[in-house]
Ligand binder design. Sequence first.
Ligand code: FMN
Length: 372
Amino acid sequence: MASLFSPLTLQSGATLKNCFMLAPLTNLQSHADGVLSDEEFRWLTLRAEGGFGHTMTCAASVQEEGVGFPGQLGCHDDKHLPGLTRLAAGIKAHGSHAVVQLHNSGMRAMQAHGSHGAGQTGSVTSARAPMCPSDNEEFGAKAMSLDEVKHARDCFVAAAQRAGKAGFDGAELHGAHGYLICQFLSAEINKREDEYGGSPENRARFLLECVDGARAATKPGFSLGVRLSPERFGIDLMEMRDLARLMMREGKIDYLDLSLWDVFKEPQEEQWRGKPLAQYFTELERGSVRLGAAGKLSTAAAVSRCLDIGFDSVIIGRGAILHHDFPERVRADANFTPAALPVSADYLHAEGLSEVFVNYMRTWKGFVAEAA
Ligand SMILES: Cc1cc2nc3c(=O)[nH]c(=O)nc-3n(C[C@H](O)[C@H](O)[C@H](O)COP(=O)(O)O)c2cc1C
């Protein structure tokens, strides 16, 4: 238990007061043009107040064309700066490391459904089909030109810089869950024949150039994380392991965030079973890069076990939606278990979720109780 609450240093210089990280959680609470709302501010600052050493925003858009959700927090335009600045200050006021998750939906962009900001902001800049490393029939997405690839990369870098300008302590590149960076990594989705496709090295180029660019564009001390999915979306576990090894060996990032959905599960693919999925990563040499994981860390026992199996940090999603003060609850009770599901809408309102977020949580089966 003690190590959960020991300070965690990051190699770029920051020290987190503990190893509890709020997972990036899409909540749809921003304004239609991506400007921060009071609701999103309250939701996040309450988690910082609740004891998280590291408080991350939801996936925030780095490019208008890559917006994936209505009410998604924006980090792609200077009009977002005042809200981001307020948010960074609000999180840091509670002694929490403030981080923006940087995201481009690629082929999963809202434009695919013709709905981005429709009738609300008039701010859609392009009527082109959603972008993707290669044509994708399922999503009606069009292959990006080489210039578009470089522009998309530069948008990630510019957004990291904007986050720093707003006072955030760091940024995480969202390379998981089938969004643009993950689309580049996936051999199933990325069929490019230029330097951004083909070999694993070429498919990782987009991400690694975003890392280099973000590093160069931000001040020393700015933390940089990367989130990866080790499986699904056409992602190959062994390739992700090699990429994790490379990133940890090169030490250009502060931490790797593995989105496992269940930290203690075995790999999905038959051939890699017989050993926990996490172990493929925890056994790698990591230098001073920190390794964290998310997935069903909802009890005090689970977070302790997560450190026991070799992770440096615990990344909490639904447990933090249920309890804004999840870390403090774990500190107070070594047997802590979260509120039983489903919970009422009133319960979630009291935990700092607005109606919009509660309605979004209704789409997560069994989370919100139906009104009687
Ligand atoms: C409502 C909701 C929204 C999410 N939004 C994001 C997101 O914006 N970015 C991301 O990388 N993962 C997102 N995830 C995944 C979480 O960050 C986390 O990895 C996942 O929920 C597993 O952790 P948990 O079992 O503690 O909830 C989301 C999950 C939930 C439940």
